[in-house]
Design a protein around this ligand. Structure first.
Ligand code: ZN
Length: 203
Protein backbone atom coordinates (compact mmCIF):
# COMPACT_ATOMS: atom_id res chain seq x y z
CA UNK A 1 0.00 0.00 0.00
CA UNK A 2 0.99 3.59 -0.34
CA UNK A 3 0.19 6.78 1.51
CA UNK A 4 -0.64 9.85 -0.53
CA UNK A 5 -0.62 13.13 1.36
CA UNK A 6 -2.13 16.46 0.44
CA UNK A 7 -0.44 19.67 1.54
CA UNK A 8 -1.98 23.15 1.84
CA UNK A 9 -5.61 22.11 1.73
CA UNK A 10 -6.97 24.46 4.45
CA UNK A 11 -6.73 28.24 4.06
CA UNK A 12 -5.95 29.00 7.72
CA UNK A 13 -3.11 26.50 7.81
CA UNK A 14 -1.60 28.01 4.65
CA UNK A 15 -1.66 31.37 6.46
CA UNK A 16 -0.07 30.12 9.67
CA UNK A 17 2.95 28.79 7.74
CA UNK A 18 3.08 31.82 5.44
CA UNK A 19 2.68 29.62 2.39
CA UNK A 20 0.97 30.69 -0.81
CA UNK A 21 -2.34 29.15 -1.88
CA UNK A 22 -1.60 26.60 -4.60
CA UNK A 23 -3.52 26.49 -7.88
CA UNK A 24 -3.56 22.69 -7.77
CA UNK A 25 -3.32 20.30 -4.80
CA UNK A 26 0.18 19.77 -3.38
CA UNK A 27 0.94 16.04 -3.20
CA UNK A 28 3.66 13.98 -1.59
CA UNK A 29 4.01 10.33 -0.59
CA UNK A 30 5.04 8.52 2.55
CA UNK A 31 6.45 4.98 2.35
CA UNK A 32 4.61 2.18 4.17
CA UNK A 33 7.49 2.09 6.67
CA UNK A 34 6.30 5.51 7.92
CA UNK A 35 3.27 3.91 9.56
CA UNK A 36 3.45 4.08 13.34
CA UNK A 37 2.62 0.60 14.57
CA UNK A 38 -0.53 0.26 16.64
CA UNK A 39 -0.10 0.93 20.35
CA UNK A 40 3.48 2.14 19.84
CA UNK A 41 4.73 5.45 21.19
CA UNK A 42 6.05 8.04 18.75
CA UNK A 43 9.76 8.67 19.26
CA UNK A 44 10.98 12.12 18.25
CA UNK A 45 13.77 11.45 15.72
CA UNK A 46 17.25 12.69 16.58
CA UNK A 47 17.52 14.73 13.36
CA UNK A 48 14.81 17.22 14.34
CA UNK A 49 14.24 19.75 17.11
CA UNK A 50 10.84 20.77 15.86
CA UNK A 51 8.47 17.93 15.04
CA UNK A 52 4.92 19.16 14.45
CA UNK A 53 1.63 17.29 14.67
CA UNK A 54 -0.76 17.68 11.74
CA UNK A 55 -4.11 16.01 12.36
CA UNK A 56 -5.81 14.94 9.13
CA UNK A 57 -8.89 13.14 7.84
CA UNK A 58 -7.94 9.87 6.13
CA UNK A 59 -9.62 8.12 3.23
CA UNK A 60 -9.05 4.40 2.65
CA UNK A 61 -9.25 3.29 -0.99
CA UNK A 62 -11.28 0.12 -1.61
CA UNK A 63 -10.88 -0.50 -5.34
CA UNK A 64 -8.29 -0.03 -8.04
CA UNK A 65 -8.60 3.02 -10.21
CA UNK A 66 -6.82 5.55 -12.33
CA UNK A 67 -8.13 8.67 -14.07
CA UNK A 68 -11.15 8.53 -11.77
CA UNK A 69 -13.76 11.12 -12.58
CA UNK A 70 -14.87 13.21 -9.61
CA UNK A 71 -18.45 12.08 -10.02
CA UNK A 72 -17.47 8.42 -9.56
CA UNK A 73 -14.86 9.04 -6.85
CA UNK A 74 -17.31 8.19 -4.03
CA UNK A 75 -17.30 4.56 -5.24
CA UNK A 76 -13.61 4.22 -4.44
CA UNK A 77 -13.81 4.51 -0.65
CA UNK A 78 -16.13 3.42 2.08
CA UNK A 79 -14.10 4.21 5.19
CA UNK A 80 -13.03 7.50 6.72
CA UNK A 81 -10.41 7.74 9.43
CA UNK A 82 -8.17 10.12 11.29
CA UNK A 83 -4.40 10.30 11.60
CA UNK A 84 -1.36 12.46 12.12
CA UNK A 85 1.14 13.55 9.51
CA UNK A 86 4.17 14.11 11.78
CA UNK A 87 6.47 16.65 10.16
CA UNK A 88 10.05 17.58 11.01
CA UNK A 89 9.33 21.28 10.40
CA UNK A 90 12.93 22.44 10.77
CA UNK A 91 14.15 19.93 8.19
CA UNK A 92 11.19 20.65 5.92
CA UNK A 93 11.93 24.40 5.96
CA UNK A 94 15.54 23.69 5.04
CA UNK A 95 14.48 21.42 2.15
CA UNK A 96 11.83 23.89 0.95
CA UNK A 97 14.36 26.69 0.92
CA UNK A 98 16.68 24.62 -1.25
CA UNK A 99 13.84 23.50 -3.50
CA UNK A 100 14.44 19.87 -2.54
CA UNK A 101 11.87 17.07 -2.01
CA UNK A 102 10.25 16.92 1.45
CA UNK A 103 10.44 13.15 1.99
CA UNK A 104 13.04 13.12 4.75
CA UNK A 105 10.93 15.55 6.80
CA UNK A 106 7.60 13.87 6.08
CA UNK A 107 8.22 10.20 5.36
CA UNK A 108 10.50 9.09 8.16
CA UNK A 109 9.73 6.03 10.29
CA UNK A 110 6.71 6.54 12.51
CA UNK A 111 5.62 9.76 10.80
CA UNK A 112 2.24 8.40 9.72
CA UNK A 113 -0.30 7.74 12.45
CA UNK A 114 -3.27 5.85 11.04
CA UNK A 115 -6.07 5.61 13.57
CA UNK A 116 -9.27 3.58 13.44
CA UNK A 117 -11.62 3.97 10.48
CA UNK A 118 -15.37 4.54 10.49
CA UNK A 119 -17.74 3.39 7.76
CA UNK A 120 -18.57 6.20 5.35
CA UNK A 121 -22.22 5.40 6.01
CA UNK A 122 -21.72 6.87 9.52
CA UNK A 123 -21.75 10.31 7.95
CA UNK A 124 -24.60 12.20 6.32
CA UNK A 125 -22.12 14.20 4.32
CA UNK A 126 -18.37 13.51 4.04
CA UNK A 127 -17.93 17.20 3.27
CA UNK A 128 -19.18 18.15 6.71
CA UNK A 129 -17.18 16.12 9.24
CA UNK A 130 -15.86 17.69 12.44
CA UNK A 131 -12.54 16.45 13.74
CA UNK A 132 -10.03 17.54 16.36
CA UNK A 133 -6.76 16.82 18.08
CA UNK A 134 -6.25 17.15 21.80
CA UNK A 135 -2.80 17.51 23.28
CA UNK A 136 -2.63 16.59 26.95
CA UNK A 137 -6.45 16.77 27.06
CA UNK A 138 -6.53 20.33 25.69
CA UNK A 139 -7.93 21.23 22.28
CA UNK A 140 -5.02 21.81 19.89
CA UNK A 141 -6.41 21.57 16.37
CA UNK A 142 -9.92 21.41 15.00
CA UNK A 143 -11.33 21.33 11.54
CA UNK A 144 -14.28 20.49 9.37
CA UNK A 145 -13.98 18.85 5.96
CA UNK A 146 -16.18 21.62 4.48
CA UNK A 147 -13.14 23.89 4.84
CA UNK A 148 -10.95 21.82 2.51
CA UNK A 149 -9.87 23.74 -0.60
CA UNK A 150 -10.14 20.44 -2.51
CA UNK A 151 -12.79 18.07 -1.18
CA UNK A 152 -12.31 14.30 -0.99
CA UNK A 153 -13.81 13.46 -4.39
CA UNK A 154 -11.81 16.19 -6.14
CA UNK A 155 -8.64 14.90 -4.48
CA UNK A 156 -9.30 11.35 -5.71
CA UNK A 157 -9.77 12.66 -9.24
CA UNK A 158 -6.58 14.69 -9.08
CA UNK A 159 -4.38 12.07 -7.36
CA UNK A 160 -5.49 9.29 -9.73
CA UNK A 161 -4.26 11.25 -12.75
CA UNK A 162 -0.73 10.65 -11.48
CA UNK A 163 -0.88 7.58 -9.25
CA UNK A 164 -3.04 4.51 -9.76
CA UNK A 165 -4.99 4.02 -6.56
CA UNK A 166 -5.00 0.51 -5.14
CA UNK A 167 -6.99 -1.27 -2.45
CA UNK A 168 -5.71 -0.29 0.98
CA UNK A 169 -4.02 2.95 -0.10
CA UNK A 170 -4.61 5.78 2.36
CA UNK A 171 -5.01 9.45 1.51
CA UNK A 172 -4.05 12.06 4.12
CA UNK A 173 -6.25 14.99 3.13
CA UNK A 174 -4.34 17.88 4.72
CA UNK A 175 -4.30 19.60 8.09
CA UNK A 176 -6.30 22.52 9.44
CA UNK A 177 -4.59 25.29 11.43
CA UNK A 178 -3.18 24.81 14.91
CA UNK A 179 -0.14 22.69 14.05
CA UNK A 180 2.54 22.80 16.73
CA UNK A 181 5.62 21.31 18.26
CA UNK A 182 5.50 18.14 20.32
CA UNK A 183 7.76 17.27 23.23
CA UNK A 184 8.38 14.06 25.17
CA UNK A 185 5.47 12.94 27.37
CA UNK A 186 2.85 14.73 25.26
CA UNK A 187 -0.30 12.70 24.78
CA UNK A 188 -2.10 13.20 21.47
CA UNK A 189 -5.69 12.09 21.05
CA UNK A 190 -7.72 12.36 17.87
CA UNK A 191 -11.50 12.50 17.47
CA UNK A 192 -13.98 12.55 14.63
CA UNK A 193 -17.11 14.14 16.06
CA UNK A 194 -17.09 12.49 19.52
CA UNK A 195 -15.46 9.20 18.60
CA UNK A 196 -11.86 8.71 19.70
CA UNK A 197 -9.83 7.21 16.83
CA UNK A 198 -6.29 7.25 18.16
CA UNK A 199 -4.26 8.01 21.24
CA UNK A 200 -0.48 8.44 21.00
CA UNK A 201 2.22 8.96 23.57
CA UNK A 202 5.29 10.99 22.55
CA UNK A 203 8.76 9.91 23.70
ZN1 ZN B 1 0.01 17.18 6.37
Amino acid sequence: MKIICVGRNYAEHIEELNNTTPKEPVLFLKPDTAILLKKQAFFIPEFSNNVHHEVEILVKINRVGKHIDKKFAHKYYDEIGLGIDFTARDLQSELKEKGLPWEKSKGFDGSAVIGEFLPKSTFHDVNNINFRLEKNDKLQQEGNTSLMLWKIDALIEYISKYFTLKIGDVIFTGTPSGVGKIIPNDALTGFIENTKLFSIKVK
